[in-house]
Structures are given as C-alpha cells and as structure tokens.
Design a protein around this ligand. Structure first.
Ligand SMILES: C[S@@+](CC[C@H](N)C(=O)[O-])C[C@H]1O[C@@H](n2cnc3c(N)ncnc32)[C@H](O)[C@@H]1O
Length: 274
C-alpha cells in the first residue's frame, strides 16, 4: 500500500473507513435490517433497491436472510468493490447487482422494487426532495420505502456541528424527529412503522478498544510506521468525535407503503405505547 502519513492527514472520515475497511452500517445495524425485512414482508421473490449501499451490509444481509434479489447502488466505486468482495465471501454474489449510480438521477425503471431502502443516506443528499421523489418513483405500488434517518434528540453546540461537518465533509444542519416524519409521510407514502431509538452512551475505553481492534487488521500491516501513527491518531480522533455526537442523537426505523391512489382516510389512528 503506497499511502503516506501526509495522505492520511488529508483524508476525511469516508476515505479513512475505506482504508481501514470499517463496515458502514445503517443506524441499528443488522437488527434494523431484520426489522425492515420482516415488516416489509420480503420473500425470495421480492426485488430490493439498496440506496447508498456503501460496502453492502444491507444488500448482503437481505440476500442471506431472505434470498431476495438486490440492486445495490452507490456513487463510490471503492465501496462497491468492497461490497462485491463481501457478497462473494457470503456466497450471495448471484443475488446482488452492485452498480455505480447516483440516486438523484438513477436511470432505473419506475415501479421496479418491492422495497427501496435508503437507510440514513437522505441527509447526505444535496437535494433531499429530489431523492425522495426518486425513491417513490422506483417503488412499486403497494411496495415499501424503508428509511432510518438519524436526528438530534438533544440540541448540539455550534462547535460540535462544525467539527462533525468537517469530519464527514458534508455541511450538517441539525434536524429533529418531526422533520423526518413530515418529510417522508404523505398520502402517497403511508407510514406503517416508526420505531424510535436513542444511541447508547459509549465509554471512552470501549471506543479505544474498538479502534485498537480495527487498526490491527492484517491488510494495514503493509503501511509504514509513519502512516500507521497518522492513521491511529486520526481514526481515534474521529471515533471520539462520533462518540460525542451520537450521544445527542437517535433514529427512527421507518417503513412507508406506496399507495397508488393515496391512503384511505382513517380517523381513529393509534400510537403504540409499550
Ligand atoms: C452513511 S453511508 C450509508 C450506510 C448504510 N448503507 C445506510 O443505509 O445507512 C452513505 C452512503 O451513501 C452514498 N451516497 C451519497 N450520496 C449518494 C447518491 N447521490 N447516490 C448514491 N449513493 C450516495 C455514499 O457514497 C455512502 O456510501
């Protein structure tokens, strides 16, 4: 690996996780993926679009647990290559098509998927409304849109927002739960599931142990000692920043059903209390 300490000093978080091969999960990880699969009634006959698949965790898991066909798209070719490697390792490469596409202009046919899953990708899109219109266009009537947006539960300081924005190289505007519920829900997108979670507070030593474990991956042994030291310091710094940020945040596992003619009016709705 021909990567210097100076190269690592220039990398943002997304580039660094590509280097260390950290898995980029949707919020709630495999448990959220399992809830989406169950509540969307997926079967081996279903077709799924995984938007912003990154290294493919959702695509691989759905192919493994359901046996459905998945089209997994991302703008990042390096992440897609790692996704293909992981699909092969899991023995599900025949069920997944990894494609480099921008969801804002996907070129995919309309009404094509039983589930369009966009995890926590929408907050990263320059034009969220356009992204939502495209997710809806691609979903079959009677099919589901799955989203797991993250949001602030406690107001963050301006300084925290600035540091996280710089780390992920995307300007962040602090958004809250109500914003996302309003954003996704419409007569055409009928809210079927909204499970709320709050991120746990993770202790400093747990973060440090995780970083040590990731940095001991065999492929990183090829780096020279200067690059290893730079990687260790930068990656640890990012993880402690996210530890601080996520302690103020939560997420909602949402499923919305696409209704061809708009949802029937419903007067006596109910909210789960336990
Ligand atoms: C936070 S990761 C997603 C992790 C996980 N798959 C999830 O569902 O939350 C965001 C991914 O979205 C990709 N992405 C960002 N903008 C995109 C776009 N316009 N079209 C497709 N993928 C995009 C990024 O390259 C990145 O891999």
């Amino acid at each position: 690996m021909n990567i210097t300490a100076a190269d690592i000093g220039q990398m943002d978080y997304n580039e660094l996780i590509g280097l260390v091969r950290e898995t980029n999960r949707p919020p709630g990880g495999l448990r959220s993926i399992s809830a989406v699969a169950r509540h969307a009634h997926l079967s081996a006959a279903s077709t799924v679009l995984d938007v912003g698949t990154s290294t493919g965790i959702t695509a691989v898991e759905l192919a493994r647990i359901v046996g459905c066909r998945v089209t997994a798209i991302d703008i990042n070719a390096h992440s897609l290559a790692e996704g293909r490697r992981r699909a092969q390792q899991a023995g599900v490469e025949n069920l997944i098509s990894f494609e480099q596409r921008d969801v804002l202009d996907s070129g995919l046919p309309e009404d094509a998927f039983d589930l369009v899953f966009c995890g926590n990708v929408t907050s990263l899109l320059g034009d969220k409304e356009r992204g939502l219109a495209e997710y809806t266009r691609l979903t079959k009537s009677g099919g589901f849109l799955g989203a797991i947006p993250m949001y602030y539960v406690d107001s963050p300081s301006g300084d925290l927002i600035a540091r996280v924005s710089a780390a992920i190289d995307v300007p962040i505007e602090p958004l809250y739960r109500d914003f996302w519920l309003d954003f996704f829900t419409s007569p055409q997108r009928n809210l079927f599931l909204a499970q709320d979670y709050r991120f746990d507070h993770i202790a400093d030593d747990v973060v440090d142990d995780f970083v040590d474990q990731i940095l001991s991956r065999p492929h990183l042994a090829e780096l020279d000692s200067g690059a290893v030291a730079a990687l260790e310091s930068r990656y640890r710094e990012f993880m402690h920043l996210f530890q601080e940020n996520l302690a103020c945040m939560g997420f909602t596992v949402m499923l919305l059903r696409k209704e061809a003619t708009g949802a029937e009016p419903e007067l006596f709705t109910a909210t789960r209390v336990g």
